[in-house]
Design a protein around this ligand. Structure first.
Ligand code: DGT
Ligand code: CA
Ligand code: CA
Ligand code: ZN
Length: 581
């Protein structure tokens, strides 16, 4: 037990005693002991072995006995007891700005909330304002506090990092002397979550760039600033690293700082085979002379490789494929001709069918499938059979209004019930262009149950696409416990497509699952799951995820022209053909 560990235990005990409503003095004693132990200039262990614990300020007989117990046994009975009495999630609530021990205790005891996740759901549902003394304002503050905490403690979703990176890069590009400005790191590789944001600039005037960067409106605090690197923290709590270099070294630097580390190590190995050393600055010959590369393509060419797209740079076989000349021809955003999942005000969307259709068309799509939720989900306005019929008339009207060049398709996001059946009758589904099925509740079923349920939905002849197959919400909810190999096998056998949901909170299927699904012969679609008119832009995150899964345009069904897509829906293998009979 070192000083820090003992300090952390006392601190945790102070938190828990506070939540329990222990008296001020008792809580304060643990808090002070934690501080004093942490501030000691020598190991607690040594003071203990000399029997001098009580010489430490704030440590009396009671606390000395506790430290003694920790030193002897590595455990503390009083601490274990507290932990058994108070859920960990309630203690965790104290990390949320604005929530103190009293509030945490009330949220737990009066509303039964035992985790930050449960608190977030309750606040979103407007249940927290019912506690006397708290109101809608406090509820909003709690939600904002939870958002801030997620950014502080964990990795950031790619969808939250990108807009910030774009704004900052746009400002830097306007600065004097700037030749190049680009994202690097995991951001450029389009990983689903980002640790810190890395930006790279090539400029003849580094000092102007750094000075501009430090003064950007997004900056809360400058963490460090030097001639080649500056790190800041934004108001939202993101760390951003900016590096500035000479334009002639742009290619090598961009390769190096894009990473991944594992990919870089492979490149360095290839360089060594050619008698070169590769650093962030340049490729160097054995005689010390440098080969400067202004572009990434030159770096790869010097190593005997074709250009490798950033999305593949994870050392997952891309170097071997590049050497063998078998890199995939990745699907591009412009390959997508349509979107196969969006919502309107009939379920939980924010815009009408017409508004959504106009936006999809303006975004450049040729077709879009409206997929409001079925009523079983309990989403406000979820569709019943008659709602669905009403919507079909509306679809026809919108199609007439928008004219040629764009086609709105009739669909639904039908709920897969706990037993694998669908919550709309066959006749209702048979009249639609395409049927998307999804699991939204009961994701905590056992592996067997959930897999059987999913396979039943896949084998249902009415179902064309399974939406967000694992149900995960990045940073919030774990994926359902699915036997994915069985799911992929069933999807391949029935010709049912699986979705790559583009929403940055979902990205589901995720990159490695995309790759495995393709290997197993599963057809995929990339869908925006748009809930508002501006959300069609999210498709880029879905495409990036598919690219990270090595998908080519041919693997993605909504790259097909409409007629060919509808042919697929009608003429799939066995079970599938029954739909339109
Ligand atoms: P992140 O921030 O955790 O989402 O992941 P990255 O990939 O952005 O990693 P980061 O920010 O630590 O570094 C950015 C890039 O810089 C990384 O992808 C590769 C390169 N890099 C950083 N440290 C090393 C290193 O020790 N060795 C090598 N070869 N490359 C490194
Ligand atoms: Ca990074
Ligand atoms: Ca970094
Ligand atoms: Zn859904």
């Amino acid at each position: 037990m070192n000083n820090r560990q003992v300090g952390e235990i006392f601190d945790a005990m102070a938190d828990m005693l506070d939540i329990q409503g222990a008296g001020y003095h008792r809580v304060r004693a643990y808090r002070r002991a934690a501080e004093n132990v942490a501030a000691l200039g020598q190991p607690l262990q040594e003071i203990w072995s000399r029997g001098e614990l009580e010489s430490i300020p704030g440590i009396g007989a009671t606390l000395a006995a506790k430290i003694d117990e920790l030193m002897r046994t590595g455990q503390l009975e009083a601490y274990q007891q507290l932990r058994a009495q108070i859920p960990e999630g309630v203690v965790a609530m104290l990390q949320i700005t604005g929530i103190g021990p009293k509030t945490a205790a009330r949220l737990w005891k009066e509303l039964g909330l035992e985790s930050i996740e449960a608190l977030e759901r309750a606040a979103e549902a407007g249940r927290v304002r019912d506690l006397s003394g708290l109101g809608p304002k406090t509820e909003q503050n709690i939600l904002a506090g939870i958002d801030a905490l997620k950014r502080r403690t964990g990795r950031t979703r790619m969808g939250d990092a990108w807009p910030l990176a774009r704004d900052m890069l746009a400002a830097l590009r306007e600065t004097k002397g700037v030749r190049q400005a680009a994202p690097a790191g995991s951001l450029r590789r389009m990983r689903e979550t980002i640790g810190d944001l890395d930006l790279l600039v090539a400029s003849s005037d580094p000092e102007s760039v750094m000075s501009r960067f430090r003064q950007l409106p997004q900056v809360e605090e400058v963490l460090l600033s030097g001639p080649t690197k500056t790190s800041i923290r934004t108001h939202q709590g993101f760390q951003v690293d900016l590096r500035v270099l000479e334009p002639a070294r742009w290619g090598t630097a961009l390769v190096y700082f894009t990473g991944s580390k594992a990919h870089n190590i492979r490149l360095r190995g290839l360089a060594l085979d050619r008698g070169l050393s590769l650093s962030e600055y340049a490729l160097k010959r054995e005689d010390g002379s440098e080969i400067l590369c202004g572009t990434e393509a030159e770096v790869y060419e010097t190593l005997g490789l074709p250009f490798i797209p950033p999305e593949l740079r994870e050392d997952r076989g891309e170097v071997e494929a590049a050497l063998a000349g078998s890199l995939p021809d990745l699907v591009k955003l412009r390959d997508l001709r349509g979107d196969l999942q969006f919502h309107t005000t009939r379920s939980d969307g924010h815009h009408t069918l017409l508004e959504m259709a106009e936006s999809a068309q303006a975004y450049g799509l040729e077709y879009a499938l409206v997929t409001d939720h079925s009523h079983g989900l309990g989403v406000t306005g979820g569709l019943t059979v008659s709602d669905l019929q009403e919507q079909q008339a509306e679809i026809a009207a919108v199609n007439r209004q928008l004219g040629g060049g764009f086609r709105l398709l009739a669909g639904v996001e039908v709920e897969v019930r706990g037993n694998g059946s669908l919550d709309l009758p066959d006749e209702a589904l048979a009249g639609l262009d395409l049927v998307v099925a999804a699991v939204h509740s009961g994701l905590r079923q056992s592996r067997d149950q959930l897999t059987t349920r999913m396979v039943a939905a896949i084998e249902n002849p009415h179902v064309d696409i399974i939406a967000h197959p694992t149900g995960r919400l990045i940073g919030e909810r774990e994926p359902g416990d699915l036997e994915l190999e069985a799911v992929f096998a069933a999807a391949a056998a029935t010709g049912t497509a699986l979705e790559v949901n583009a929403h940055p909170a979902r990205l589901d299927l995720k990159d490695v699952h995309v790759r495995r699904a393709i290997e197993m012969g599963v057809g995929l679609v990339i869908s925006s799951d748009a809930h508002a008119a501006g959300d069609f832009q999210l498709l880029e995150f879905g495409v990036a995820t598919a690219q990270r899964g090595w998908a080519a345009a041919g693997d993605i069904l909504n790259t097909r022209p409409l007629e060919s897509l509808l042919d697929w829906a009608d003429r799939g293998p066995a079970g599938h053909t029954q739909r339109h009979r």
